[in-house]
Design a protein around this ligand. Structure first.
Ligand code: GTP
Ligand code: SPV
Ligand code: MN
Length: 587
């Protein structure tokens, strides 16, 4: 026992009585304890230790073949009133949910160890850090939480005697898909997750706490929890401006967060610093601006497509002390591989399920949602502000999605309220990050569709209120789309590091240094104001990427209207007015 906190001890006793573990182990975060757990996971086959020379401290983990992504249809917001979960969440009455889950958890840890993981989201000691306790029967979870959060004694010290901690209960149970549930009780500060062993479902500090529970807390307490990367862009004079960007899952946050500037900028002395790649907690600072803090301590990044050219910094981050999940395994070298790492899959590769694989099989060697769990401090461009207890001040907020058509490369909202409208109307093609069909366009407001812990209509109102609060100190709001396709289905925009060229226009706009053209959907750059020096595309291609097809946008407005209809009275009047404004400008 590492604490005298009676609230905590009482809750743990209650949970222990429910899941009935053989023993309880408190995680103190010491290297000695972690090393013991790694050895145990190796002995049971839960993890494979990789080549110590090539990938020191790295492990491979395979999750169950039917348990490889978030499961949105089994994820619930259990608020007392259904209306408080809203039309975009699955809802269950909290009482009923506890009753349904109790028999599933009953005795689920018999014959197993229950690990007690105290952790903070945000650096311990920061006034904005919050404490979570996760109870789990998975060593993979313990070792992953060690990378993704600040875990151990320090978290308990931060908590002291307070009752203000998120109560997370996780059991793999039998990995029974028919009894898999990820339930959130925002009014109880509680998360119950059962019958899964996959990242987003079980690393409860991440989406469950830092977005679903935290978004609800933020609404009550006057701050925001967002599915956003945070990056700093340093100019040759050494000034750093910060932007946060919300893109849906597997739509480019990790890549943008740590991009390497194109040669033309690098040689002038521009640098990009990564503060975070997935989650931002945002609040007004003493200067009246919005400040963003990354509550995480590592990256749970998509492996496929990551290579030295597309994302050098992410690849570097995975070279030590990293856990790989569901990537392919090269038994000869005891290393890992995934599609897009290089063009030459090693011979004798085993696929993500551990079966022999060859390129002729027509199957993927790594699962499309295979991931790495890497410590943020490994990242060569990790920001000096990464541990800053107050975060960084935001100059711009960027929304974006994966759209083959319709959305242009970049545009700026007319003002904050219009920016909230743009975010609320975001749509994107679905990806392998969640179970279900891939490539289907769906509305994903602020990239928060699967992660907002309360009624999305109230959430939009909260966005509008936050803008009112900071007034003219609010960050400017933009929208980007790196994913427009040509008629042959190829990406038109080079993307990745070259996205910096778009960031430069965005920051110039924030500084009042760049012109814009007014279109029905917002302000756009003049095509010649996107720097294409060193690229093999022409200004005409940029013009094409920026084109606004009025007919497609009329359809888009119709789609937004249909989506908005779901919210009834909860739709803020200001957003209804924004939609009418868009329709009028398109007419
Ligand atoms: P989550 O971790 O699920 O939240 O995803 P993410 O938003 O961090 O996405 P990530 O950066 O991992 O990118 C997902 C996929 O999109 C990868 O396969 C990338 O290679 C690809 N991608 C990222 N940026 C670009 C880009 O600018 N252009 C193109 N064409 N693909 C990109
Ligand atoms: C996402 O899907 O947005 C992720 C991965 O970042 S998970 O943690 O599974 O949610
Ligand atoms: Mn994410």
């Amino acid at each position: 026992m590492m604490t005298n906190n009676q609230n905590l001890l009482k809750w743990i006793e209650d949970m222990k009585a429910l899941v009935k573990p053989d023993q309880v182990v408190w995680i103190d975060g010491s290297e000695e304890q972690l090393e013991g757990l790694r050895k145990e996971a190796m002995a049971t086959g839960e993890m494979i230790k990789l080549n110590e020379e090539k990938l020191p401290g790295c492990y491979l983990h395979r999750s169950d073949k039917n348990d490889v992504a978030r499961v949105e249809d089994r994820t619930f917001i259990c608020s007392k009133k259904e209306e408080d979960a809203g039309p975009t969440n699955n809802w269950m009455d909290p009482q009923k949910a506890y009753e349904m889950l109790t028999p599933i958890f009953d005795g689920a840890m018999k014959g197993r160890t229950m690990y007690v993981i105290p952790y903070t989201m945000g650096p311990a000691g920061s006034p904005f850090a919050k404490v979570g306790i996760e109870l789990t029967d998975s060593i993979y979870v313990v070792l992953s939480m060690n990378i993704m959060t600040r875990m151990g004694k320090k978290a308990l010290e931060h908590l002291g005697d307070s009752n203000d901690f998120v109560r997370g209960l996780h059991s793999k149970a039998q990995l029974d898909e028919t009894k898999k549930y990820i339930c959130h009780f925002p009014e109880d500060n509680t998360i119950w997750s059962v019958n899964s062993g996959y990242g987003g479902n079980v690393l409860l500090g991440k989406k469950c706490f830092a977005l679903r529970i935290a978004s609800y807390q933020g609404k009550k307490e006057g701050w925001m929890a967002e599915h956003m990367l945070i990056l700093g862009l340093e100019n040759p004079q050494g000034e750093v401006k910060y932007v946060a960007a919300a893109f849906p899952s597997a739509c480019g946050k990790t890549n943008l967060a740590m991009l390497i500037p194109p040669q033309i900028y690098k040689e002038k002395g521009y640098k990009v610093w990564c503060v975070g790649d997935d989650i931002a907690w945002i609040r007004p600072g003493p200067d009246g601006r919005l400040w963003a803090m990354n509550p995480e301590n590592g990256f749970f990044g998509v492996a496929p497509g990551t290579n030295a050219k597309s994302n050098f910094n992410a690849l570097e981050s995975t070279k030590k002390n990293t856990i790989f999940t569901n990537v392919a395994y090269d038994p000869k070298n005891n290393t890992v591989w995934w599609e897009g790492l290089d063009k030459n899959p090693p011979e004798g590769l085993l696929d993500w399920q551990g079966e022999p694989w060859s390129p002729e099989s027509g199957k993927k060697a790594a699962h499309p949602n295979s991931r790495f769990t890497a410590p943020a401090i490994n990242c060569p461009c990790i920001s000096p502000e990464f541990e800053s207890p107050n975060g960084v001040p935001l100059s711009a907020i960027i929304f974006g999605g994966r759209r083959a058509k319709t959305a242009p490369l970049v545009y700026q909202s007319f003002d904050w309220a219009h920016g909230v409208f743009v975010g609320s109307a975001m749509a994107s093609e679905t990806t392998a990050a969640a179970a279900g069909a891939v490539g289907v366009v769906r509305r994903d407001p602020m990239a928060m569709l699967p992660f907002c812990g309360y009624n999305m209509g109230d959430y939009w109102q909260h966005w509008l209120d936050m803008g009112e609060k900071v007034g003219d100190k609010a960050p400017k709001i933009f929208n980007v789309n790196w994913f427009r396709l040509d008629d042959e289905g190829h990406f038109i925009w080079p993307g990745f590091g070259d996205n910096m060229r778009v960031l430069m226009w965005i920051l110039d706009r924030c500084d009042g240094k760049a012109d814009a053209v007014e279109t029905p959907i917002g302000y756009e750059p003049k095509p010649e104001d996107i720097n294409i020096e060193g690229l093999d595309i022409t200004v005409d291609t940029v013009r094409d990427l920026l084109s606004v097809d009025v007919d497609l946008w009329k359809q888009e407005a119709k789609g937004i209207e249909e989506f908005y209809a779901k919210f009834g009275d909860k739709l803020p009047a200001a957003l209804r007015a924004q939609l009418e404004g868009l329709k009028a400008r398109l007419a």
